[in-house]
Ligand binder design. Sequence first.
Ligand code: PMP
Ligand code: GLU
Length: 397
Amino acid sequence: MNKYSDRLQRLSYSQTFVMSNKAREMKAAGIDVISLTLGEPDFDVPANIKQAAIDAIHENYSHYSPVPGFLELRQAIAHKLKRDNNLEYKPQQIVVSNGAKQSILNVLAAIINDGDEVILPAPYWVSYHEMVKMMGGKSVFIETSIEDDYKMTAAQLQAAITPKTKAVLYSSPCNPSGSYYTRAELKAIAEVIAKHPQITVISDEIYEYINYDGEHVSIAEFPEVYEQVAVINGMSKAFAMTGWRIGYSASPEWLSGACEKIQGQMTSGANTVAQRASIVGLNTDPAEYRYMIDSFRERRDLVYNLLLEIPGLKVNLPKAAFYFFVDITHYLGKELAGKLIKDSDDFAMFLLEQAQVACVGGVSFGDPSSIRFSYAASEADLRTAMQRIKDCLIQYS
Ligand code: PMP
Ligand code: GLU
């Protein structure tokens, strides 16, 4: 008998962590690798949030919180959703978890039966497809490309729906493409969803604030689908708190109660000190943390201009988040440094070995002809990395 569960065997390793670990190991071995792999803000946690965590320790917030999170935190989240998104949620509709990742998993665990279909517009964030598999579901992909700004249309969504469709899961702003859906696009998508009451939309809005030129819109703003939407968000990207592990879902009560039930058996809830600190982050005027977004924008512009000088790459100017998703079709099927480049994972490995720049191949994002760079790195590293890639690729173009 196999020791491992079928569930485990279906699962792949998270490619974001695989590549960042590889870069870390190479650095430890003395190789000068620049890692543009993991997507996380490179800022320190703002001082007022740090102080709130220190205070929480001194005030002995050391016992379990309620399973869905402290009431005060859920009130702060409800206040934020009203202030920033014009969304009405009561505290009992909010479940605070160990990161947005767990919030998504809670929702999937609450609604997915074996064989249920979950629609994923591709490219999608690496963990979505794996989480769907973990829960016994089946991913149904909607292909998008650089030509359509990596966004599905309402017509494509309609065509992908079957009687087995249980959920649609996407991020807007999108990791990896850096695109976001406009109000008009989401309205059209909402009209399709409203016709299928068995479908839940899992709307991952973790990059909400990192939007350079437009309005962030949540699909939950459309009343006709409010009862069908789980909004996912968290502190990781907003307040550079990735390691503190606080995320949340806001959803109709039929779903929030189910997420709480699951969480009560899985983790008992999230870290209390980080929860107390999150209250302060949420209650601070977002303008105070704007310096992070301004800095990301400067780096986006820098990297965009440098990427345009590199032969054979097709680049879209990302409008949000902190990634470049670069089309490398030009190099597919070619032999580079004696190795055939079959897909973008091969190309990412080639760049790591030949240019000492680590990125993530697009295969696990559902796009085998693109690679992802995170530009949440220092300007000096970004300049050196782009120069190295250029010097390397110039020999092969
Ligand atoms: N959704 C997306 C689109 C992400 O890029 C990430 C990466 N951190 C997450 C969710 C998970 O965030 P958290 O750290 O809150 O688990
Ligand atoms: N969201 C980040 C990324 O996509 C962090 C890694 C992860 O959670 O997979 O790189």
